[in-house]
Design a protein. Structure first.
Length: 148
């Protein structure tokens, strides 16, 4: 039923709980998992130049963040006993909900799994949470796992 699962992870405790559920589902359905980690703080080269920051220094910092995120994701999956599951890790820059939806369409995902802690800041009330935005526009089922 679910052959291609996306785990949308910001590496927070809520995302780790969601990943645990996704791994359980993947074991049950012999699914592949794609873990997506989105960084909205990354800037492209033009933005950096406009802000007059050192492009090389900032890009190196972004590389460090990306390597650290990939290592943390691999460690999390190992802790969840996902070693027997085909896993792909993708890091992107941009708006999380847009990147999640874009990847889901691109890889023809059967399920998106993500965590939530509800509306925890003022912008969530005006713009909606990432989970709300994904649920309202996704072409596949979305499993939202709340903080326990």
């Amino acid at each position: 039923m679910f052959k291609n699962i996306i785990i949308a992870s910001d590496l927070s405790p809520k995302a780790k709980i969601a990943a645990q559920k996704a791994v359980q589902i993947a074991h049950q359905f012999n699914s592949k998992i794609t873990v997506l980690n989105v960084h909205d703080e990354f800037m492209d080269k033009d933005e950096m130049e406009m802000l007059r920051v050192s492009v090389d220094e900032i890009q190196e910092k972004f590389r460090e963040i990306a390597v650290e995120a990939k290592n943390e994701i691999k460690s999390m999956l190992s802790d969840l006993h996902a070693n027997d599951i085909e896993v792909k890790v993708i890091l992107r820059e941009g708006t999380p909900s847009k990147e999640i939806l874009s990847l889901a369409r691109k890889i023809n995902s059967d399920l998106i799994v993500m965590g939530t802690n509800g509306k925890d800041n003022l912008s969530d009330y005006f713009l909606g949470t990432t989970a709300e935005n994904v649920i309202s526009k996704a072409d596949c089922p979305v499993l939202v796992v709340p903080m326990s």
